[in-house]
Ligand binder design. Structure first.
Ligand code: GUN
Length: 331
């Protein structure tokens, strides 16, 4: 069940994308859209009902909630066994101590994105910008569990540019345009942009100065079309891992076939962009740019057919099929 309180436009987009992705793979999803004036009591009552409903296996209350509602009370009210976001202190504790339980979607997806793209985190200098409970803190923990050496930076960090220049991997999650500029990035570094902002022209953009940083970075996620759809894909993938026990998550048994289609149906439903990466002939070693090429359609078709054939003939778990990859963005 997805609960949205208020009319925040970004939250509406996130919730719709999650709903569409669930529909695409055959997961029953129930949406509760409440007005911005909803009281804390009413929301807690709804959560209690969802906790008690044996047909609901996951509860996601989209954050932020309006000011009159205490976010912490909401998080504490959700049954930890249904806390797909991994926001409840029990699950956060398990995350930090290496116990079993849900992993938070965006942070877990970021790790997956880096690893599936063939990059190792072990021993790397990782800089996380932002210390939120949703992204900054958990992604730092997961990077450390992957044996990265992690520095967490925030609004009071004094020498951000200098710290970033030493980084092999930068995850920016502050929600501020141009937090990371080209002069702050080491050649070949991996940039994961979690920001979702509007620039002066009103255009959607991330925290990273994409146009200039892409010339230096080894790999970089765009905004839109990067971490956003990846987060939804991660949520769906977490759900599909329960296919050995379909009842647990409300997936119909006959949907196993559909589940194998997640990479394709998901991308279609999300309008996922495929890029043909092209090495710029500007003499810069390792510099990469992203370009939508003329062959995009043909390559997409070939890729879809190849993936479909591979998926049809092999019943490997989805996690080994490599559908989330930085290579989709940068080659
Ligand atoms: N708001 C921004 N990101 C998230 C998320 O991953 N989960 C929820 N519940 N709210 C969010």
């Amino acid at each position: 069940a997805v609960v949205l309180v208020g009319d925040d436009s970004a939250s509406q987009v996130y919730v719709n994308n999650k709903k569409k992705a669930c529909e695409a793979v055959g997961i029953r999803s129930v949406s509760h859209v409440l007005s911005g004036g909803t009281t804390e009591e009413a929301l807690l009552e709804l959560i209690a009902k969802l906790n008690a409903d044996k047909d609901i296996h996951g509860i996601l209350v989209q954050m932020p909630v309006p000011k009159q509602i205490d976010e912490r009370k909401v998080i504490l009210a959700i049954d930890p066994k249904k806390d797909v976001d991994c926001f409840h202190p029990v699950n956060v504790g398990n995350l930090h101590t290496g116990g079993e339980g849900f992993l938070p979607c965006t942070p877990a997806g970021i790790i997956e994105l880096i690893k599936r793209s063939g990059h190792s985190i072990e021993g790397k200098q990782c800089v996380v910008i932002g210390r939120s409970n949703i992204v900054g803190k958990p992604v730092a923990m997961l990077l450390m569990q992957e044996n990265g050496t992690v520095t967490i930076c925030h609004s009071r960090t004094r020498n951000l540019a200098e710290i970033c220049r030493g980084a092999d991997i930068i995850v920016s999650a502050v929600g501020k345009v141009n937090t990371v500029t080209a002069d702050m990035v080491k050649e070949g570094a991996i940039l994961i942009d979690v920001g979702m902002n509007r620039n002066e022209a009103g255009k959607l953009c991330g925290d990273v100065d994409f146009e200039n940083v892409k010339e230096i970075a080894g790999a970089i996620t765009p905004v839109p079309g990067g971490v956003g759809p990846m987060t939804v894909a991660t949520l769906i993938e977490k759900l599909q891992h329960s296919r050995k026990n379909p009842e647990w998550i409300g997936i119909k048994k006959n949907c196993k076939k559909i589940l194998r289609w997640i990479p394709l149906t998901f991308r279609e439903s999300q309008g996922y962009s495929f890029y043909i990466g092209k090495i710029r002939k500007n003499g810069r070693k390792g510099s990469v740019c992203m370009k939508k090429g003329a062959l995009k359609g043909i390559v997409c078709l070939v890729v879809i057919v190849v993936i479909w054939m591979a998926v049809s003939f092999r019943s490997k778990p989805l996690s080994e099929e490599g559908e989330i990859s930085l290579e989709n963005f940068v080659v």
